[in-house]
Ligand binder design. Sequence first.
Ligand SMILES: Cc1cc2nc3c(=O)[nH]c(=O)nc-3n(C[C@H](O)[C@H](O)[C@H](O)COP(=O)(O)OP(=O)(O)OC[C@H]3O[C@@H](n4cnc5c(N)ncnc54)[C@H](O)[C@@H]3O)c2cc1C
Length: 509
Amino acid sequence: MRAAVVGSGPNGLVAAIELARAGVETTVFEAHARPGGALRSAAPFGEGHIVDLGATSMPFAAMSPALAQLPLAAHGLRWVQPETPMAHPLDDGPAAVLHRDLERTSDGLGRDGRAWRRVHEPIARRMGEVASSVLRPLVPPTGPLPADPLLLASFGLRAAAPAAALARGAFRSEPARALFAGSAAHSWRPLSKPLTASFGVLFGAAAHAGGWPFVAGGSERLAEALVAVLRSLGGEVVTDAPIDDVASLDRFDLVLLDVAPRSAARLLVDRAAPAYLSALRRFRHAPAAAKVDLLLDGPVPWRDPAVAEAGIVHLGGSLAEIAAAERAVVRGALPERPFTLLAQQDAHDASRRPASDRGSREGRRVVWAYAHVPHGCTAPALELVTAQIERFAPGIRDRIVGAIETGPAALERSNPNLVGGDIIGGSIAGTQLLLRPTRSLRPYGTPDPRIWLCSASTPPGGGVHGMSGFHAARAALRAHGIPVPAPMTPSHPTPPHAPLAHHRSGDHR
Ligand SMILES: Cc1cc2nc3c(=O)[nH]c(=O)nc-3n(C[C@H](O)[C@H](O)[C@H](O)COP(=O)(O)OP(=O)(O)OC[C@H]3O[C@@H](n4cnc5c(N)ncnc54)[C@H](O)[C@@H]3O)c2cc1C
C-alpha cells in the first residue's frame, strides 16, 4: 500500500509517521523548500539569532499522546522549560505571574491564590487523561469515549462558561482575572462567549503540568526530528513540491491532505459532490495574527523585572481591556491596543543566540511577538505592537536595532494554510469547536474513500500536537482494513510533572 501526504506541518508529519508505522509506504509532498509548516525557524537578523517563523511555545506538544510515543529525543529534540511559562504585566502594580509551580503561582496571587488552585489543580493533576480526552474529536462516534467521563464532565462544566464570567466569578482581584483572560484569549473569541473558559483552564493547567516548553535551537528542530523518525520508518519528504491537482497522486492508494479546507475544496473539485465542496468553502476562519520580530540591543527593559523570567508575556492589560480588544477584532475592527503575545526564547535557550554571545547576560536579544488583529487585516501593526510593549517596558524603542513585520497576507503567502492570517486553522465559533471542517461526524473522511483531511482545521484543531494527523491517519487505516499500530516506546519528551509532585495539599479545598 502506498500513501501520499500533502503538506508537512506537524499534522502532516505525524500522519505520515502513523501510516509508515502501519507498514504503508509513505511520501510527503511539501510546497515549501523546507518541511515543517508553521514549525519553521530562520535567522533573518543574521547568523546565530534564531527566530521561530510560526509556533514557539508548545503546551499541547508537551501533552500530545501522538508526540510522546515517538523517539524524538533520539533524533535531537530537546525541550527548554521556562520555570515561569507566562507573565502578565499590569499598568498599576506588579505583574501577575504563572509559574510551573502551582504553589508559587497561588502565593503570588494573594487572596485569589486558593481560587486559582481550585480552578486549575484538578485538571493539572490529571492532565494526561484530560489531554487524551480533549485532543481528539469531541463528538462521538468519531472518537473513542473518554477514559473517565466524570473527569471530562467536571472539566466541561467549568470549560463551558464564558471566560469573562469565570474570571469575574472565581477571582476577586485584577491580577488573577487578567492572568486567566490572557490564556483564554488563545481561543481567539470574545471572552463573553461560551466555551472560552476552556482555553483559560487548559492553558493554565498545562503550565502547571507539562509546562509551556520551547524547542531548543528553534521550533524547526521538532520538524527535523519528525522527519528523521519518518525516514527511519522508510518514509520520505519531497520539498518544493506543491500539489495543485490530486490527479497527480492517483498512483497512491491513500492521500492525506494537511491543507486548509478551501485548498481541499480546490483539490477535490472533480472528486466530491458540490454540496461537500461548498461545505468546505463555508469553513469560517479565525481573526489574524500580525507577527512582529524585533532584534534588541540587550534584554527587554521590563518595568517589573519578574517579567524577564517568563517564556511568554501576555500584553493586554486588564480583563476588561482584553475582552474589549478581542471583541473588536472578531467584529473586524483593529483595536488601538491589540492583545499581543510576546516570547523571549533566547533568554531561556542560549543555543538561539550567536556563540560569541552565549555567556553574557547582556548582548543582543530577539523578541518574537504577534498581535491579534482582524481577519485579513492590511493595516500595519509594528507601531501598535511596539507601543503595547513599551507600555510595560519603557525605553524599549531605544533598544530596537532590527524589526520585521509579517502581516496576515505575508503569513498566508509563506504558508497557504494560514488563510487571511488565521494561525489556528479556523475559528471555534458556532459548531466549529465540535464539528470541523464540515458538520459531519466523519471529520477526516471525504466523499472519495482514498482521500482524507488531516490539517488543524480538523479535530482537535490548532496548536502543535500532531493529533489531527494522528487521528486522520488511524481513521484512514481502519477504513482500509489495515491494523493501526501499537504505540511506540515513549521517549518522555517532556520532563516529569515535578511542580505538582511536591505541592502542599489540604490547604486549598
Ligand atoms: C505565527 C504563528 C504562531 C503560532 N504560535 C503557536 C504557538 O506558539 N504554539 C502552538 O501550539 N501553535 C502555534 N501556532 C499554530 C500551529 O503552528 C499550527 O496550529 C500548526 O502548525 C498546524 O499544523 P498543520 O500541520 O495543520 O499545518 P501547518 O503547520 O500550517 O503546515 C501546513 C503545510 O502544508 C503545506 N501545504 C499547504 N498546501 C499545500 C499543497 N497544496 N501542496 C504542498 N504543500 C502544501 C504548507 O506549505 C505547510 O508547510 C502558530 C502558528 C503561526 C503561523
